[in-house]
Write a protein that binds this ligand. Structure first.
Ligand code: COS
Length: 378
């Protein structure tokens, strides 16, 4: 078990400490799972996390508030034990984030299922021609009798292919660019939805390209107000970007734990690696980066939970720093493991593959720099 002293920081309430310790115990008994077939593994993880009661924290029903510190503590803890378990939890939250924050009671019926682990959620924003530039979204939603006709393609959609329900962003055309988008609830069984391609990546998880061809969604599929989809997406990302930082933190803490075990047991010239001053310097840098990342992550989460309307800058700082720092910490842990660090199937080798995508998805590092720079210059 890594250093838990951060739980005494003033960002947390007793309920957060209790939850983190209880989840850590649950993870010890249930994780990691076999990742052999990622679709099967993810379905199993969603069901397990639902049965364990953890997924109820992935979204908030109408009379509740989404607690970002809880989301972050859960992601950090799961990531420390099993990256795929963190992924399975996170996607239930991101996928249903718009419904949780802005959904009608009717739409929240889906949220009940994703919080119970009986339905899988996905967030369909990115397109072949618009990744970082959300305002360039081309998928169209046109008003037709009884609803909205959707045409277009989405790609890099996590849980694509296994999701039961997607939140889809499309151009409804109230204005050009960012002011002409809207969000929709799209059940996977809707006629006209096709999984065009499954994508494989360095740390496998379900990913797909989707095509919507003459699909018709009912009127009540619209989430929020027409034309407000960009802001809605950004508000969801403000919450979940902080949690990506938390996942990176969990991966980094695991890498430090693995490094500590290694340098205490591995001997060189008659002494433990840990006795070498240069190794101690690396350990100090790793611990420092982890604490700095944790401070930024929980600062962002606490700021939102205590009532801030927007945490755009705090979330961007948390995601940028925590993911970049985790990459460095994990790389150093691989280095301290020598050849074992790059051996296929070793824990640090898996961490090395798992961290990479976090610097890209939910806003690449340079997008976070753009967001931070704008807030500094404003
Ligand atoms: N919360 C609420 N509103 C927001 C917001 C936020 N976090 N960020 C921007 N807005 C509002 C702005 O205030 C602006 O409103 P007005 O038109 O009323 O002035 C509007 O949205 C447009 O904002 P902006 O001009 O900043 O839009 P840009 O097109 O310049 O977009 C970036 C900026 C690059 C920051 C945005 O496209 C982005 O975050 N890209 C990355 C996308 C991403 O994370 N993709 C991953 C998907 S999930 S894997």
């Amino acid at each position: 078990m890594p250093d838990q002293s951060f739980l005494d920081w003033p960002f947390f309430e007793p309920r957060h400490r209790e939850l983190a310790l209880a989840l850590n115990g649950w993870c010890g008994a249930h994780l990691p799972v076999d990742h052999g077939d990622v679709d099967t593994a993810c379905r199993g993880l969603v069901a397990m996390l639902g049965a364990g009661g953890w997924l109820k924290h992935s979204g908030a029903a109408a009379d509740e508030r989404l607690d970002v510190r809880t989301l972050c503590l859960i992601r950090e803890t799961l990531a420390r034990h099993d990256g795929l378990a963190d992924f399975a939890f996170a996607m239930q939250g991101l996928g249903m984030g718009a419904v949780s924050l802005f959904g009608t009671p009717g739409q929240q019926a889906w949220l009940e299922r994703t919080r119970a682990g009986t339905a899988i959620a996905a967030f369909a924003l990115t397109e072949p021609g618009s990744g970082s530039d959300v305002a360039a979204t081309a998928t169209s939603a046109k008003r037709v009798a009884g609803g909205w006709q959707i045409d277009g393609e989405k790609t890099w959609i996590s849980n694509g292919g296994i999701a039961d329900v997607y939140v889809l962003f499309a151009r409804t055309g109230e204005a050009p660019g960012a002011r002409g988008l809207s969000a929709f609830l799209m059940p996977a069984a809707t006629p006209g939805l096709e999984i065009v391609e499954r994508l494989e990546v360095v740390a496998p998880h379900p990913l797909a390209t989707l095509r919507m061809n003459g699909m018709v969604l009912p009127e009540d599929a619209l989430i929020g107000t027409p034309g407000e989809g960009f802001k809605l997406a950004m508000s969801v990302l403000d919450v979940f970007r902080s949690t990506v930082g938390a996942a990176a933190l969990g991966l980094a803490r695991r890498a430090l734990d693995e490094a500590l075990a290694r340098v205490k047991s591995r001997r060189i010239q008659g002494q433990a690696l840990a006795e070498l001053q240069m190794v101690q310097g690396h350990l100090a840098d790793m611990a420092l980066k982890i604490d700095a990342a944790a401070l930024l992550v929980y600062r962002a989460a606490w700021t939102k939970d205590t009532g801030a309307a927007r945490i755009t800058r705090e979330a961007a700082m948390a995601k940028l720093y925590a993911t970049e720092a985790a990459q460095e910490v994990i790389d150093m842990s691989v280095q301290l493991h020598g050849g074992d660090g790059v051996r296929h199937g070793s824990t640090v080798e898996a961490l090395y593959r798992e961290i990479r995508a976090l610097r890209i998805y939910e806003g690449a590092s340079d997008v976070q720099r753009v967001v931070i720079a704008r807030s500094v210059l404003a």
